[in-house]
Design a protein around this ligand. Structure first.
Ligand SMILES: Nc1ncnc2c1ncn2[C@@H]1O[C@H](COP(=O)(O)OS(=O)(=O)O)[C@@H](OP(=O)(O)O)[C@H]1O
Ligand SMILES: Nc1ncnc2c1ncn2[C@@H]1O[C@H](COP(=O)(O)OP(=O)(O)O)[C@@H](O)[C@H]1O
Length: 197
């Protein structure tokens, strides 16, 4: 803690907010290669939760890398800082009583260890969107793999930057054998079975 910074406790606590909202707050953290299906599945999971009356918010590349993290690139250091700030923002949302959905490549085990350290194991549900590089490249939703192969983008995850698969995620989805709707149902089932919702 910096010198001369004194934390002020507010009376409206997270547990009061959770009680009023009628549900817990936590982060669903999606990790996987670009094009693996993180945003597609995260978006539908949010929709499903939202229409169940749950307060949700999705943090995704668009609202983060063009806003709070404008100026950060894709070096190992910048990714770590990107994910550190996202985790801190996620922590605020959880404190605000919101089920927070985060969809980021988050490629390294050490990146995700930092996320876990900031959010705390209890408030984090890690979801590995497991799609082979071959399939992501075939999808090439944004045409970025083509550019990376042509050398027009450097440090592209899966091409010339590493992706380290999670060893023990709470939820593991293989999109080449699981349809989007099935993936969403697996996540909702997990949340119900673990009494998160
Ligand atoms: N070099 C490189 N490597 C990986 N991805 C790249 C890169 N350059 C741009 N993009 C686009 O940025 C999205 C990934 O941003 P993230 O913030 O999720 O990345 S990270 O977690 O900090 O590694 C990723 O979005 P998604 O496709 O939604 O995953 C890409 O579209
Ligand atoms: N089973 C599946 N799960 C998720 N996405 C799938 C699946 N099958 C095909 N797709 C397609 O793959 C693409 C994934 O893109 P996107 O969700 O933007 O990935 P990411 O956010 O990981 O970069 C979408 O065009 C989606 O329709």
């Amino acid at each position: 803690m910096s010198k001369n910074i004194v934390i002020h406790d507010y009376d409206i606590s997270r547990s009061k907010r959770n009680k009023v909202n009628g549900h817990e707050s936590f982060v669903l953290w999606f990790t996987g290669l670009s094009g693996s299906g993180k945003s597609t599945i995260a978006n539908k999971v949010e929709e499903e939760l939202f229409y169940k009356g749950i307060s949700t918010y999705a943090l995704d590349g668009d609202n983060i890398r063009s806003g709070i993290n404008k100026g950060l690139g894709f070096s190992k250091e910048d990714r770590l800082e990107n994910l550190r700030r996202i985790s801190e923002v996620g922590k605020l949302f959880v404190d605000a009583g919101i089920v927070t959905i985060a969809a980021f490549v988050s490629p390294l085990i050490s990146d995700r260890e930092q996320v876990k350290k900031i959010l705390g194991k209890e408030d984090l549900i890690e979801i590995f969107i497991d799609t082979s590089l071959e399939e992501c490249e075939k999808r090439d939703v944004k045409g970025l793999y083509k550019k990376a192969r042509a050398g027009e983008i450097k440090n592209f995850t899966g091409i010339d930057a590493p992706y380290e698969a999670p060893k023990d995620p709470e939820i593991h989805i293989q999109t080449e054998t699981t349809e989007v709707d099935q993936a969403v149902q697996l996540i909702i089932n997990y949340l119900e079975e673990t009494h998160r919702i």
